[in-house]
Each structure stands twice: as C-alpha cells, then as structure tokens.
Design a protein around this ligand. Structure first.
Ligand code: FAD
Length: 351
C-alpha cells in the first residue's frame, strides 16, 4: 500500500529530529523514517567512554537546551541518547523507528520512498542518514596480510577486550585520541597519525569549534575568502581523559606506517611494531546509497548542493554529513541552523 505525506525525512538521528522540529513549527506535514529501533541515532553505538567535545549547553538542538550531566562538564553518549529520546517525545515528532529506506525514486512531481515497511509518496525528501553506517578504512599496503584483528571506530566498545594486548590505533582526530587514551591503562598502545596531533588549546573546547564554523558561515555568506573554519583551530579537543593521558606522556604519536605485515606495522625506515590489533579511527563517508537511483551529480562521495538543497533537484535536502551541507551541520549545536533553512526552503517549494 502506498501512503502520502508532504515530506519524508530519511534518518531520525539529531539531524532528522532538528528538521522535524522546524517542519512542525511551520505546520508542514511530514514523517521521519529511522532504521534504529530506538531513539538516539548513531549515539547508541559509540564506545562506552566517549565524551562530547562540547559542554551540554553547547550541544543543544533547536528549542531545548541539553541539561547538564551531573559530575561531567562533557556529557557521555548515553546522556545524548536520553536527550534525543526526550526531544522526540517533547515535540511529538512523527517518527517511525525500525524502518529502513531502500531507495528514493523520481516520479515526476513526486518522490517515491521505498522502505522495508511500505512505500510513501512525498513532495520533498530530507536525507539525514549520517555517516556511521559507512566506516572508512584507507587502502594501506598489506592490510589483507595482517593476521591480527582489525576493527574500525564503530566496532570499538571498551579497553577490557584488549587487556594485555599490543594495539595500534590509526587516526589523529578526536576518535583516535579518545580511543588511544581509553586503551592506555590496559593495552600497550601505539598511536599513529598522518601528521602530528593538533590539540586545541586546553582552555577552549567544542564551543570554539562552533564559533569558528559560524565565522566561516559568515565569511562564505559575504563572499569573502574561506577561513578554513574549524580546521584552522586544530583537530583534537583535550577532554579530561585525553588531557590526562597526554600529560602523562602516554599519547606520543608516531607517523603513519608504510605497510602492514602479517605481524604488525612497518615504517619506511624498516622499524616494526608487532600488534595483536589495529583500530582504524579513520573516519566515515556519507550514507547515500538510498539515493543512487536519482543519479545526482557529486564529487568525492558528496552530492552537489546549494545550501542544503540538491543543486539538481529542489525537492531534496541534506542535513548532517559534513560541511558540504552547511558549516557544523554534522554537530548537535550546528545542525539546527541548517535544519531551519531547509524547512523554510521546503515551505516555499510546497507553497
Ligand atoms: P546519525 O546519528 O548517524 O543518525 C542517522 C540516522 O539515520 C541513524 O539512526 C541511522 O540508523 C538512520 N539511517 C541511516 N540510513 C538509513 C536508511 N537508509 N533508512 C532509514 N534510516 C537510516 N558532534 C557534536 O556535536 N559533539 C560531539 O562531541 C561529537 N562527537 C562525535 C564523536 C564521534 C565518534 C562521532 C563519529 C561523531 C561525533 N559528533 C559530535 C558528530 C555528530 O554529532 C554525530 O556524528 C551525530 O551522530 C550525527 O547525527 P546525524 O543525525 O547526522 O546522524
């Protein structure tokens, strides 16, 4: 049976909820379809000790300040999940969990959204599927030869399963720093980064990342030269566990190795490090497979956008994913602004 609604939002993580909030405020009929059986998007699946890089009040979606977490300036993922679950309920967002969207097709004036639980026809679609389902591991020589365990950020839970092991952590971002720090008490960690780790100054945190993204937004809006936004500040927020490990001298990073061998990592100068496990904290790609049938142009895994709108199809918007859908669109505090813009454009389209 085919059902109709004005807007289908694919994905019910923070980006999907933020646009739901704005669509609701504008009185636009919509439906949010989310593959997860419970609220919280990707936050439900992160490692146990993950800390946000922004204080709670700076990690809020539109309309509702994230409450503080007792005893923690930087909340954990469980706190975010509880906040998102409350957000869904508070604003009575029309969300269906446990629904996987297979494909979106062009049907002339309408878009047909095919799912594992039925088909919807809509006048506009917002894609907010995140990146968590598409972990990225670089092509490194010898990856298939390594006989130890290889896993990505998405598979890491806690250090207990690596107790007493030699672990190589690859990646110089927040995930790499936090996971390397998490392991230091229990495993022998070799942290490998493509360039020397760049910490934000200790007295600034994710708030500064957001300010930088806002400044970048202003720069772009005014047609001035791009400042590079958050990238100009550094990559790693020294949340307390990272700072403690770094200050204890346990987070000395080594440059990227040249190859993996059966036993571990090998650098160009012949130095070797045997390992039981390699953890790739090497990022993600946007989850866009459901849009393949629309055959939209794009580069490097992105689809060409004007603001949040697909340049080739005004019925389709993107939220989250990364800076190509708006500065800081892939953060809790940043997505609200791009969600508001998308909802307004959709209102114009529908009217
Ligand atoms: P997601 O949370 O991934 O939600 C997407 C939803 O869409 C999921 O529920 C998914 O199941 C669903 N979905 C996917 N495909 C389909 C489909 N085909 N059909 C139906 N549903 C589908 N941001 C901050 O602001 N502060 C931080 O401290 C911070 N720390 C981070 C730490 C890590 C390790 C990572 C990876 C990211 C962090 N981020 C942080 C960035 C960002 O806030 C998160 O990645 C956030 O989860 C992105 O939200 P989202 O809604 O875009 O995607």
């Amino acid at each position: 049976m085919t059902q109709h609604t004005d807007v289908v939002v694919v994905g019910g993580g923070q980006a999907g909820l933020a646009v739901g909030y704005h669509l609701r405020r504008l009185g636009i009929e919509h439906l949010i379809l989310d593959a997860q059986t419970a609220a919280g998007g990707a936050w439900q699946h992160t490692w146990d000790s993950l800390r946000l890089f922004s204080p709670a009040a700076y990690s809020s979606l539109p309309g509702r300040l994230m409450p503080g977490q007792e005893g923690h300036l930087y909340p954990d993922a469980g706190h975010v999940v509880a906040y998102l679950a409350d957000y869904e309920k508070r604003y009575e967002l029309p969300i269906q969990h446990g629904v996987w969207v297979d494909a979106v097709h062009d049907e002339g004036t309408l878009l047909r959204v095919e799912t594992d639980s039925g088909t919807w026809r809509a006048r506009a679609v917002v894609s907010a599927t995140g990146t968590w389902t598409r972990p990225f591991v670089p092509a490194v020589e010898g990856r298939q030869e390594f006989t130890g365990r290889q896993l990505h950020t998405v598979h890491y839970k806690n250090p207990a399963e690596f107790a007493g092991q030699r672990v190589v952590v690859v990646g110089g971002g927040n995930s790499g720093a936090q996971i390397a720090a998490d392991l230091t008490g229990q495993a022998a960690v070799t942290w490998v980064t493509q360039r020397p780790p760049r910490y934000l100054a200790d007295d600034i945190d994710g708030r500064a990342l957001f300010d930088a993204a806002t400044a970048r937004r202003k720069t772009l809006d005014e047609g001035r030269t791009d400042t590079g936004g958050v990238a100009s500040l550094g990559d790693i927020v020294a949340v307390p566990p990272v700072r403690a490990a770094r200050d204890a001298g346990l987070l000395a990073a080594r440059p990227m190795f040249a190859r993996l061998t059966a036993r571990g990592a090998e650098w160009a100068d012949g130095i070797r490090q045997d390992a039981d496990a390699v953890i790739w904290t090497t990022g993600f790609r946007p989850a866009l497979a459901h849009l393949a049938g629309l055959r939209l142009r794009g580069t490097r895994g992105h689809i060409a956008t004007t603001g949040t709108r697909a340049s080739e199809d005004p019925r389709l918007h993107f939220l989250g994913y990364g800076d190509w859908t708006g500065p800081a669109s892939a953060t809790l505090i940043g997505v609200g602004r791009t969600a508001r813009e998308a909802a307004r454009e959709i209102r114009t389209l529908l009217s």
